[in-house]
Design a protein around this ligand. Structure first.
Ligand code: FAD
Length: 473
């Protein structure tokens, strides 16, 4: 399989606020590009949360195994250094989990995702990673009347199997927690945390190095070839020969047709305000509380330790085939819209300056859950993708699955029901791109009408139902 050298591999030039902050703190940063041929037991390609958790879990389980990570830019340059920093569970996706694998496995995986959030906090403590881990929970809210009750089916489905991770809130509790009159209703999940995501991913890089993992940054995989005895991975000027290859390149995995059939790459746009801790305190936003609303082009927002607001919106740029030029993806498409939504949600903070904006690519699977597997029918090549906007916490579970797959373990993770292909196949290009643009435009119109208290037309509603992506549900 050949991957052309193109703008995909160039650094985007500008980095999200999170990465700027962390890189400024790092005393010396050795990128250590791969310069000579090397041999590994397991080669991981992609230095984000998924690749680094996989590497760490392999190194912890089997310290004698030679494991290395190739990263085309620097660790955290993808979604892991750009996201909202909500470390969530799979409880809001319980209905999809249950549909896919039945009640028992769904419960097991949802619990594992909840434990993963706790383990991430513990890992940060144990390895002295200052990722600003704040287990303050998540407010799943409604910011217009049509969103009210969006959580009902999920809560009822969970209660029918004896699980109750969500607590219904009164309006006054919601106002007290979230500090915005725009929240008309909502439920609270206590098992969610917020993190400074770039500090977490860069901390994982350091922890992986300390555990004996080799990391080569500025080292793109150009292509790979499977032989009867090994996988040969080609990088500029050097070759890695490995027994097993693990691909954790997230949205970049869309370049493989067999993955692209189930994967939609969609941008998410983010803004950050200046630090204004006294203003946050005066609106009454609970420190560290993650909030999102229930629209499809989701609004998600959280305060930071230093008192900034991070406000993001889904439904940005739509990927075409595997075109992943970094500077294009780093530029937010909906910046003014996101600023406007932030100011409508927190009018008392409307004069706080906006200092940063960025964007990143989200890997939506066709059934909103990640999927893992072997590529090209080879027992040596593994991948994990499709976190669908909920990967900060679940990438820990992804690392457990991929570590077991690469180690050939016949255990809970090596046999996980997440090792599968989604049943829904997305249409090919250009139909997918053109259809996607139409659906996205319809969603914007529908959600804007609902914000104004208007009823969208049946035709508009019909078009929006074609959207396969979902952040919750
Ligand atoms: C704006 C935004 C907001 C989000 N908000 C949240 C949130 O609040 N909560 C949440 O849970 N999830 C969120 N997500 C999703 C979450 O960030 C991802 O699910 C998660 O970071 C995925 O991690 P990853 O390691 O799989 O991918 P990535 O972090 O994207 O890592 C993939 C890596 O592969 C590298 N790479 C690509 N091609 C090659 C190659 N050929 N050779 C070598 N390296 C290569 C890339 O440079 C990149 O570093 C958000 C995503 C975005 C974009």
């Amino acid at each position: 399989m050949t991957v052309a050298r193109d703008a995909t591999f160039e650094s985007s030039g500008s980095r999200p606020l999170w990465m700027e902050q962390v890189l400024a703190r790092e005393s010396a940063h050795e990128e250590n590009p791969l310069r000579s041929d090397t041999t590994l037991d397991i080669c991981i390609v992609g230095g984000g949360f998924t690749g680094l958790w996989t590497a760490i879990q392999i190194a912890e389980a089997e310290p004698s195994i030679r494991v290395g990570v190739l990263e085309s830019d620097i660790c955290g340059a993808g979604a892991s250094g750009a996201n909202g920093g909500f470390a969530m569970t799979w409880w809001p996706k319980f209905a999809s989990l249950k549909k896919m694998m039945g009640t028992d496995d769904a419960l097991r995986l949802a619990r594992a995702s909840e434990e993963a959030v706790v383990k991430i906090g513990q890992f940060c403590d144990d390895h002295h990673i200052d990722a600003e881990f704040m287990p303050a929970g998540w407010l799943w809210s409604a910011t217009n009347t049509s969103q009210l009750g969006s959580w009902d089916d999920t809560i009822e489905g969970l209660s029918s199997v004896g699980a109750s991770p969500f607590r219904r809130l009164s309006r006054s509790e919601i106002l007290e927690m979230g500090g915005s009159q725009r929240h008309l209703g909502g439920v609270f999940e206590s098992g969610v945390a917020t993190v400074q995501p770039a500090a977490l991913v860069r901390g994982l890089r350091s922890a992986a190095l300390a555990a004996g993992v080799q990391i080569w940054e500025k080292t793109p995989m150009l292509d790979y070839q499977v032989t009867s005895r090994a996988v040969i991975i080609r990088a500029p000027g050097a070759v890695v020969t490995a027994d097993q290859l693990v691909l954790t390149t997230n949205a970049w995995l869309a370049r493989y047709g067999e993955i692209r059939r189930h994967l939609l790459v969609l941008g998410s746009d983010v803004i950050a305000t200046d630090a204004a801790p006294e203003r946050l305190a005066s609106v009454g936003w609970t420190p560290g509380l993650a909030i999102s609303d229930s629209r499809r082009l989701v609004h998600y927002y959280r305060p930071t330790n230093e008192g900034r607001v991070i406000f993001g919106k889904g439904g940005g740029r739509l990927g075409f085939r595997a075109h992943m030029n970094r500077s294009v993806w780093a530029t937010p498409l909906q910046k003014s819209e996101v600023i406007d939504q932030f100011r409508r949600t927190y009018p008392d903070m409307r004069d706080v300056p906006i200092t940063n904006s960025w964007s990143g690519a989200v890997d939506y699977s066709s059934d909103s859950l990640p999927f893992f597997g072997r590529l090209g029918g080879s027992e040596r090549v593994h991948f994990g993708v499709g976190f669908s906007g909920n990967g900060v916490g679940p990438s820990y579970v992804g690392g457990q699955i991929l570590a077991s797959m690469a180690l050939g373990r016949d255990d809970e993770w090596g046999n996980s029901p997440m090792i599968r292909r989604p049943q829904t196949v997305l249409p090919p290009e250009p139909i997918r791109f053109l259809g996607g643009q139409l659906v996205r435009a319809a969603l914007r119109k529908k959600e804007s009408a609902e914000d104004q208290g208007k009823k969208p037309s049946p035709m508009l509603l019909g078009i929006t139902k074609l959207d396969p992506t979902s952040f919750v549900g």
